[in-house]
Design a protein around this ligand. Structure first.
Ligand code: SAH
Length: 350
């Protein structure tokens, strides 16, 4: 019989299951706290009897994320982890140090279905969704590795978080649970390529997380060429969903805009983008594109970046240019891809 994924269960669920097993009520809390602290096996749970530990191990498994490789940037100390999951699949996470704390960028899927032309992740296809336990495990394993508490989480690694909606929501519930890791929802950002139906669904939850929307173009012509998702949900519909999101949550949306020389970085593009965002509670994050797909995309130069930001500001839209971290270890935006364990051979077509 397949064992149950205990770390993906909420405290309420665990309490219910334990009650059915005839266990005392406080046991669920005990086990939940062990799991939240990153216990990797039931034998670590020394305040449970040996018999109980054995009983739990027969019924449940603890899905972790084993570090199979870590690379440290010589430039800024950013660390990229390659994790192996219970079935041998691998994902990457990136740990970054900021003045306000330590932030980790985690993966939500093995691979991605979205196939944005500038992003490496989609190039090697899609394998599967991650379980909530596996998202938690990336945070826990990285935190253990550096021996420090992680204060911020961004769901911007491999995968499209809103394409793994239920598991991501459950992860958010687990990681913010006061009896668990107790992170503030405000310390979490979720980035989406624009799955409009799911943005509406997320808005209904009224969570205080930061929503980032990968826009990357001011109009449907450019966006459909680089992001296939735009053919399903064009910019007009995406913007409508974003306005609804802000109305429901009161939260400012962060728009990601990867600047690609000669593709989306003209003055006219900046003005068109400003027109789209005017009057919205929005912030634009400009990201000099990393050419990772062999498409020949070049970063807009520093002068262009400044000018683009300036036009947005002049039109009343706040914008900043994102600092690139971890460039020497391929840990920057869009550089994460499916890897085999040794970390050398890339799976798939590349
Ligand atoms: N699927 C989600 C989250 C993962 S990507 C999303 O699309 O938002 C995290 C961010 O990196 C997104 O904004 C994505 O568009 C951006 N990105 C991908 N490839 C990039 C590249 N080559 N250069 C700069 N940013 C890139």
């Amino acid at each position: 019989m397949e064992k149950l994924d205990i770390k993906s269960r909420t405290l309420v669920e665990l309490t219910g299951e334990f009650a059915q097993m005839g266990l005392a009520r406080f046991r669920a809390g005990q086990v939940f706290r062990w799991l939240s602290r990153g216990a990797m096996g039931f034998e670590e749970m020394t305040d449970l009897s040996k018999d109980l530990r054995r009983e739990l191990a027969e019924r449940y498994e603890i899905r972790g994320a084993e570090i199979v490789r870590r690379q440290v940037s010589q430039i800024d100390g950013t660390i990229k982890f390659l994790f192996r999951l219970f079935d041998g699949q691998c994902v990457e996470s990136v740990l970054m140090r900021y003045h306000y704390g330590i932030s980790i960028c985690i993966s939500t899927q093995v691979g991605c279905k979205m196939n944005c032309s500038f992003c490496a992740t989609g190039k090697s296809g899609f394998a599967r969704d991650l379980f909530p336990s596996e998202m938690l495990s990336q945070v826990q394993a990285a935190s253990k590795d550096v021996g420090e508490r992680i204060s911020h989480i961004v769901l911007m690694g491999m995968g499209e978080p809103l394409d793994n909606f239920e598991n991501v929501l459950r992860f958010l519930e687990l990681v913010t649970c006061p009896e668990g890791m107790d992170l503030s929802m405000r310390a979490i950002s979720l980035s989406t390529c624009g799955l409009v139906d799911k943005i509406y669904a997320l808005a209904e939850k009224k969570l205080q997380l930061t929503l980032s929307v990968s826009l990357h173009a001011p109009n449907d012509g450019i966006r459909s060429r680089t992001m296939p998702v735009n053919k399903r949900w064009p910019i007009g519909e995406l913007m409508k969903a974003c306005r609804y999101y802000t109305k429901m949550t009161g939260r400012r949306i962060s728009f990601e805009y990867a600047m690609i020389q000669g593709v989306n970085d003209s003055d006219a593009c900046a003005r068109e983008l400003a027109g789209r965002l005017r009057g919205m509670l929005a912030h634009v994050n400009l990201i000099p594109v990393n050419d990772v797909t062999g498409a020949g995309y070049k970063k807009s130069d520093a002068g262009r970046q400044r000018r683009f930001a300036q036009i947005l500001q002049e039109h009343g839209v706040t914008a900043t240019v994102r600092r690139t971290l971890g460039a020497d270890i391929e840990a920057s935006c869009g550089q994460l891809r499916r890897k085999t364990e040794g970390g050398k051979g890339h799976e798939g077509s590349l």
